[in-house]
Write a protein that binds this ligand. Structure first.
Ligand code: ACO
Length: 336
């Protein structure tokens, strides 16, 4: 069988920044509360003409160039998002058209904050099978257009930002499994018994005679609902658990890992995971302060920022973990 590695990384955030003080003007919240509870200082939100695939396009162009490829070299697009351009078709198809790629495998992943690692795993497995050579994996979100920005929305709306990250996963030859850059393992999990702890109820076929109606909108069922405390507790437990699983599987100790790229939902979640696993804080690369939670985009966005900050260098061993709605959670280990 074949191996895969990450050959290109890119990201993009829309230019408009909303500081916590801007959010204070929309709802009853405070800069102090948001920073203390989450670590978030600001987020980027799109203008009215920008969609998820627009952000993805910019991130993808950078990743493809970084891989030394042309868009036409991509033979599969895996698009992770919970904020698609439209209900259907998948946003991967819209991105394909914007990239001008003719015949390609394209599909979307609906695993929310865990979406990027699910996508990376799909890419790795398709490349391993020999069927595909250069897979574009994208995590991109426009949350701002789906948030309740009235005073009722403060519990959720202060948390989320817009952005996109992309990587190219390509076939590679691995001679030395400990030293050569490649994706070593991914572990994917879900527990649907917690599906309604963090979800958007409508539109949907389970909500009544119509998928969407004025009544559903009046009730606010199209806005995300989250039981924050439950999510928090499970996130810490599951991220630590799956990280250990990936490390054990590869015979890697926590101390062997050069950089930890965690999902960015809350600075306190990542500190707790660090505490549980005895990870030195300076090995964790956090970006939530600048971007808020961009769900599927957080990990590739962080990866690109870490490269630009010279914190992630070729040859480093990277461990990644995420937790989100579903519940879903995942981890991965790769040498960059
Ligand atoms: N501003 C000011 N006060 C607020 C705000 C706000 N934005 N939101 C809530 N409060 C108030 C509450 O009303 C409550 O007041 P009370 O004590 O008078 O009742 C108080 O602050 C504490 O609220 P909690 O919800 O208990 O605060 P908590 O410390 O749990 O923090 C948070 C909330 C930040 C949401 C946290 O629970 C969290 O980060 N949870 C995990 C989020 C996560 O991981 N999501 C997964 C990814 S998202 C995805 O997959 C789509």
């Amino acid at each position: 069988s074949y191996n895969s590695r990450i050959t290109g990384v890119g990201s993009y955030v829309p230019p408009q920044i909303y500081k916590n003080s801007d959010i204070e003007e929309m709802m009853d919240t405070s800069n102090e509360w948001i920073i203390q509870r989450t670590g978030i200082e600001q987020r980027h939100w799109v203008d009215e003409n920008t969609s998820t695939s627009d952000l993805a396009l910019e991130a993808s162009k950078i990743a493809i160039k970084d891989a030394g490829l042309e868009a036409s070299d991509i033979d599969m697009i895996v698009f992770a998002t919970l904020s698609p351009d439209h209900d259907f078709p998948g946003t991967g198809c819209f991105l394909q058209a914007k990239l001008g790629i003719e015949d390609v495998t394209a599909f979307d992943i609906r695993q929310q904050c865990t979406g990027f690692l699910y996508g990376l795993s799909m890419a790795d497995k398709f490349v391993q099978s020999g069927s595909h050579k250069n897979v574009l994996v994208v995590g991109a979100e426009v949350h701002s257009k789906g948030l309740d920005k009235t005073p009722n929305g403060r519990a959720v709306s202060v948390l989320f930002g817009d952005g996109a990250g992309a990587v190219v996963v390509s076939r590679t030859e691995v001679k030395d499994k400990t030293k050569d850059p490649h994706i070593m393992t991914t572990n994917l999990h879900a527990d649907g018994s917690y599906a309604k702890e963090l979800w958007v109820a409508a539109p949907g076929s389970a909500v009544g005679p119509d998928r969407m109606s004025h009544a559903l909108v009046d009730e606010g069922l199209h806005f995300p609902f989250m039981n924050g405390k439950t999510v928090f507790v499970h996130a810490v437990k599951r991220m630590a658990e799956t990280l250990m699983l990936s490390c054990k599987e590869m015979g890697v100790g926590i101390e062997d890992v050069d950089l930890f790229l965690f999902h960015q939902a809350n600075l306190r979640i990542n500190s707790k995971v660090a505490e549980v696993l005895k990870i030195p804080e300076d090995k964790i690369f956090n970006t939530i302060q600048k971007y808020g939670n961009t769900t599927a985009a957080t990990i590739p966005l962080g990866m690109h920022d870490a490269i630009k900050a010279n914190k992630l260098k070729k040859g480093m061993l990277v461990a990644s973990a995420a937790f989100g709605s579903g519940f879903t959670w995942a981890s991965g280990l790769w040498r960059y």
